[in-house]
Structures are given as structure tokens and as C-alpha cells.
Write a protein that binds this ligand. Structure first.
Ligand SMILES: [Zn+2]
Length: 171
């Protein structure tokens, strides 16, 4: 397993719609293992393939931070089939280091996805798990959390990114 490089906004691959996965081969399994390794190394709770410069519809998540094996989820070709309610809370993203902002999300979501062998499953998520699953599915669609912010908060975040770029802290 290896730790991959996480790309930062506004890398074009982050803003492109990921390609559907058709082959459930060894290459996919390696990608998923490396993505888990990369996510844990970065102390994140979710990571999508476009964040490691692979334009595919794949994400991994673990809201327990490695504490609970049952929360370790790899989702291939994810789609949101139900979402309801609302929650507002702080959100961050490994492709936006140092940027945290309040984001409105659904309180519940059901995500339909395939595992690394191609078997379909449904993830019934609430609260942080729902927030994470929605954030990562967005990545597969080329949508970043900046797009989910209110206009005011988006401008604040963009200004902060510009400052960090100027000082060389954002590469
Ligand atoms: Zn993210």
C-alpha cells in the first residue's frame, strides 16, 4: 500500500465529473487500498478518487477514524437514491487544507454503490456519515464543498485560499 498525493483546489481533475468504473480488477482494489492509506495518513474521514488525481467514481470513508471496522466503507459508482432533512455543521476537505466552513447538508441519505467486487449495496447514512457520504459523492460529480457554501462564505473561503497561495502555503 502507498500514500498518494492529494491534489488541491483548483486542480482540474477535482472539478471534472468522474468516469464510471467498469472493471472490478486488481487495479481498482489497489486504488482503494491506497486511498484508505492516504486518507488515514491525512487524518481525514473521507477521500474520493479525483482527490488523488484519478477521475473515477470511487470514494472511501471512515467516520470512526480507524476505530470501528464497520464504518470503513469503499463506494464505487455511488449514487444518492434518497436524501431528507437538514443539518448545518462545519465541514473540511483534504483538498482545501485549513478551510473549514459551515455547510448545509441533508440529515439522512441513502447511497447506492458497488463494492470493489462489483456487488451493489446500500448505505443508510445519518448525521456525520450522511454529511461525509454526500461530500464524497459530490467529489465523484466534480462538485467541491466550495460549491455548497453560501455566496458570502464562498467568497471568504476563496479569499483565504488566495492568501495561502500568495504565501506559498497552498500548492
Ligand atoms: Zn472533500
Amino acid at each position: 500500500m502507498s500514500v498518494l498525493k492529494i491534489v488541491r483546489y483548483p486542480e482540474p481533475v477535482l472539478l471534472a465529473v468522474g468516469k464510471p468504473v467498469l472493471d472490478f480488477d486488481a487495479q481498482l482494489k489497489t486504488l482503494v487500498e491506497d486511498m484508505f492509506e492516504t486518507m488515514y495518513a491525512a487524518k481525514g474521514v473521507g477521500l474520493a478518487a479525483p482527490q488523488v488525481a484519478v477521475s473515477s467514481r470511487v470514494f472511501v470513508m471512515d467516520c470512526s477514524g480507524g476505530e470501528d471496522e464497520t464504518q470503513k466503507i469503499a463506494a464505487v459508482n455511488p449514487e444518492i437514491i434518497m436524501q431528507e432533512g437538514e443539518q448545518i455543521g462545519d465541514e473540511g476537505c483534504l483538498s482545501f487544507p485549513g478551510i473549514y466552513q459551515q455547510i448545509q447538508r441533508n440529515m439522512k441519505a441513502i447511497v447506492r454503490a458497488q463494492d470493489v467486487d462489483g456487488n451493489w449495496f446500500e448505505l443508510d447514512a445519518t448525521e456525520l456519515t450522511a454529511r461525509c457520504a454526500l461530500h464524497e459523492t459530490d467529489h465523484c460529480d466534480g462538485v467541491v464543498f466550495l460549491d455548497r457554501m453560501t455566496i458570502l462564505k464562498r467568497e471568504m473561503a476563496k479569499r483565504k485560499i488566495k492568501q495561502l497561495q500568495k504565501t506559498g502555503e497552498w500548492k
